[in-house]
Each structure stands twice: as C-alpha cells, then as structure tokens.
Design a protein around this ligand. Structure first.
Ligand code: UDX
Ligand code: UDX
Length: 458
C-alpha cells in the first residue's frame, strides 16, 4: 500500500505511544512509525503486553499495528523516510549545574535535533510534542538551520494536553488542538499540513493556532492552572479539619458557580504525575531568569502547598496512631499517581511510603496496575515493604489502611471482612475521600478523611 505521508515520532512514551496510535487509527492513509532509543520499550509496544496501561489503548494498537502503525528502534532510517517528525522525548528536570532541580534538562531534545539534522536527506516538518520551556523551538530552528545543503526544516509547536488514564478519550475528543508556528509562507504551509491530519477527526473549531511562543507557554500555563486549582482546594482541607467545615460541601458549593466550574476540585493528600511539578518549576525558573521574582514566588507556592499537604497526611497518620508507628503495619491502597494508570512518576505515594518507613512502620502496598513501578521506586529503601495485589490479603493483619489512589475497585470492597482481618483499633486514612466514611465508622474503623472531621471510637 502506498501512503500519503510518512509520519515519524521520536519517543515511544506515555505521550508519543498513545498519540501516534490515535493518528494511525484516524488516518489510515498515513504511515506512522514510532521510534525510541530504548529497545525494551519498543519490544513492549510490539508485544501483547504494551509498556503502558491506558484504557482503550490495546484495542487501537492491535487494530493498526503492522498496517499503518509501526514501532522500531531504527531511528536514522525513520528520520530519512519521514516527511513529518513529532518529537516526544522526555524533558526531565535538570539534576545538575545551573537551574538544577528546576530548569528542564534539554540534552535529549538537542541530541534528537542534531540527529534529525545529520540523517535528513530531504526537507521536513518538525513538531514539538514534548513540553519544552518557552523558546525551545527557536533553539531547535537554530540547530536545524546548520545544514549545508538546501534541506529546510519548519518547526511547529503542538503541545499534548492528554491526561493519563483518560488519554484515549482526550485524544479522540480533545477540548482543543493547539498549533503554534511562525507566519512565514513555509511555516504556514507546514501548519496547514498538521491541521489536515487532525481534521480527520477533530472539528475545525477545536483546532486553534497561535504564535509559537504562545503555544509553548500555553502548555506550561495550563498545567500550572490545573495544579493551582488542586493546591487551592487542598489548602482549605487543613482549615476544614480544624473547624466544623467539610471540604466536599465547600467544593460543591463553589463548583456550582459557573465562573469557577466543578472540575479539578477533588481534594487529595497531594497531586503527582510527571508534568505538574516539572512544568511549574520550569515556569518558576524562567520567571526568575527574566527577573520576575514576584511571579516566580506566586507559582512556586502552588508546589510548596503540595509538599505541605503530603507532609500533613503523614503527620495526621502519626498523631492519630498515638504518635508512634514503629512496628505497626500500614497498608497503602494504591501507589499510582492517579487511577487508571500504572504510572508512578512523582506519585505522592513515594513520599508517603518513605516517610512511613522513616517512622519504622512496616508497609504493605497494593495496586491493580502499579506494583512493578512501586518496587522500582522503593528499591534499596531500608525497611520492611511487601507488595500484594489482592487488597484483602494486603490489609490482613494491618493496623491501618491509607487510601492513596482513587481506584474504583476500592469503593466496593467488603470492608466488614477487611475490618475482621485487621489489628484493632483499626484505622483508615482516606487520602482521596472515596470511601463511605460513616459506614466504615459503623463497622468499627477509626476514619480520617481529608478536609472533614474524623470519626473515631475513642
Ligand atoms: C515526555 C515528557 O515527560 C513530557 O514533558 C513531554 O511533554 C512529552 O514527553 P512521556 O511520554 O510521558 O512525556 O515521557 P516518557 O514516557 O519518559 O517517554 C519518553 C521516551 O523518549 C522514552 O521512551 C525514551 O526512551 C525516549 N527517548 C528519550 C528517545 O527515544 N530518545 C532520547 O534521546 C531520549
Ligand atoms: C496533567 C494534565 O491534566 C494534562 O492536561 C497534561 O497534558 C499532563 O498533566 P496528568 O498528570 O496525566 O495530566 O493527570 P491529571 O488528571 O491532571 O492529575 C494530576 C494529579 O492531580 C494526580 O495526582 C491526580 O490524582 C491529582 N488530582 C486531580 C487531584 O488531586 N484532584 C483533582 O481534582 C484532580
């Protein structure tokens, strides 16, 4: 079969894999190849057991793989053959040198840009899919213009807004697709080609364009705003626990104001995920770089409140359990940073687990999808930790349960049975407010929700 265009994606991660699977699914006339430097990841994408868990992803990959969707480690060949290249390599926080702990580590994308330059034998459209600091496209253009022949590269910014656990839905019915570009005739033509791809399934009025810097900045600002909403509601959980107010009632009341809306108001013991902290700290770093210290401090507080919230959760457990956790067995219900994913990057569970171990508690961790990642995250930690998939077996003989991830299955467990098997007095710390607290209290548990009065038998 001859294809209209060859699309390549460099980086077969949480963003690159699902995004390309959706393009292949919706555009059978395009050939889509995803490459990665990690052969294990590529082998996973070519197997029956995909390297990431995402509801609905399996089905789409199975229906397109080998037809117009291909996974490979042949990066150079992929670059040569492609007319459009999406760059979706990771951009972690720098761990060394200037800006360590805040700035983005751009070594991977620069290596990728240079590799594109080296291997290209024809002109191409380069699409920034990864979240980059503002003006990265400019740097990429500079590198790609080092060519000595008449090959030309047009660089577009097309940030991905999918959230894990709902990636397929977000990709299929996006709120918007944002494409940033320069206004040169060649860039506008490139932008139109990208619009044509998305138009295969996204309504025209949802595909918006902007200048390239606005596009890059919009992604960082979107994540900063989302995280800010959760930090804002979380900041009032502490207040509610001290007063007679109930955070769920407050969230409902404010969420019905159409100016505020009801999304992203679920209180938690802390937000996580690979993007929020990294992107806000990037913004903070950029603000300081431009001498905008007040702006930097304002956004940095969104991260600080989150650190405080995680710390507070552990201190609440400690004080509720008579100020000592040594030798007590605590079961973590969930380890993923949110439900419907096996991803544990920046999961608040990692912080909680480490702190509880420092208090000499014994941990039992259960999660339907994230136990392998949990083992890697806690590898080498000096303490007693076991990993058990069945929540009934995991909580057997424990002193306390801490709900860490809002998995649907936890809501319908037989808590009567769980209570019987636990050490008494039995505690539940619901870090997500997903359980029926009154019912748990009636069974005999001492219940500590987030942002509501606790229900205790003593
Ligand atoms: C990543 C970033 O975290 C995010 O900021 C950005 O918006 C999109 O890219 P994600 O897909 O979740 O998101 O990252 P990850 O799952 O780590 O995937 C990146 C992939 O790129 C990895 O599989 C890695 O092996 C690959 N990679 C990295 C390359 O193929 N080449 C490189 O030079 C570096
Ligand atoms: C986020 C953005 O939503 C997405 O648009 C962007 O492309 C990548 O970053 P993601 O990190 O996958 O997506 O998940 P998200 O649903 O935003 O949740 C992030 C964290 O916030 C999770 O730990 C989640 O549990 C927490 N959260 C979310 C809350 O604590 N309360 C809420 O009301 C919503």
């Amino acid at each position: 079969m001859t294809f209209k265009k060859n699309i390549l994606c460099i980086g077969a991660g949480y963003v690159g894999g699902p995004t390309m699977a959706m393009i292949a699914h919706k555009c059978p006339h395009y050939k889509v190849t995803v490459v990665d430097i990690n052969p294990t990841r590529i082998a996973g994408w070519n197997s029956g057991d995909l390297p990431i868990y995402e509801p609905g992803l399996d089905k789409i990959v199975k229906s397109t793989r080998g037809k117009n969707l291909f996974f490979s480690t042949e990066i150079e060949r992929g670059i040569k053959e492609a007319e459009i290249i999406f760059v979706s390599v990771n951009t972690p926080v720098k761990t060394f040198g200037a800006g360590a702990g805040m700035a983005a580590d751009l070594q991977y994308w620069e290596k990728t840009a240079r590799q594109i330059l080296k291997c290209s034998e024809s002109s191409k459209i380069i699409v920034e899919k990864s979240t980059f600091p503002v003006r990265t496209a400019f740097a990429m253009e500079r590198i790609l213009s080092l060519t000595e022949n008449d090959i030309h590269f047009d660089v577009l910014s097309n940030p991905e807004f999918l959230a894990e656990g709902t990636a397929i839905k977000n990709l299929e019915y996006p709120d918007r697709v944002l494409i940033g570009s320069r206004e040169t005739p060649s860039c506008v033509k490139a932008r139109d080609e990208l619009i044509e791809i998305y138009s295969n399934w996204v309504p025209k009025d949802r595909i918006i364009t902007s200048n390239i810097w606005s596009s890059e900045l919009s992604k960082l600002v979107a994540n900063a705003f989302l995280a800010q909403r959760i930090s804002s509601i979380n900041s009032f959980t502490a207040f509610c626990e001290k007063s007679e107010a109930d955070i769920t009632e407050v969230a409902r009341a404010i969420g019905m104001d159409s100016r505020l809306g009801n999304k992203f108001l679920n209180p938690s013991f802390g937000w996580g995920g690979s993007c929020f902290k990294k992107d806000i700290l990037n913004l903070v770093y950029l603000c300081r770089h431009y001498g905008l210290d007040e702006v930097a401090n304002y956004w940095e507080a969104v991260v600080s409140i989150n650190e405080y919230q995680k710390e507070r959760f552990v201190l609440n457990i400690l004080s509720a359990m008579f100020n000592t956790l040594a030798g007590k067995k605590i079961c973590l219900f969930g380890f993923a940073f949110k439900a419907n994913t096996g991803d544990t990057r920046e999961s608040p569970a990692i912080f909680i687990a480490k702190k509880l171990i420092e208090e000499r508690a014994e941990l039992v961790i259960t999660d339907p999808r994230a136990l392998n990642n949990a083992r890697i995250d806690l590898n080498g930690i000096d303490g007693k930790i076991s990993y058990i998939e069945d929540p009934y077996k995991a909580s057997d003989g424990c002193d306390a349960i801490a709900v860490v991830t809002e998995w649907e299955i936890y809501k319908s467990l037989d808590f009567e049975k769980i209570y019987q098997s636990m050490f008494k007095p039995a505690f539940i710390f619901d870090g997500r407010n997903i359980l029926n607290h009154k019912r748990l209290f009636d069974i005999g548990f001492n219940v500590f929700p987030i942002g509501k009065p606790s229900l205790t038998h003593f």
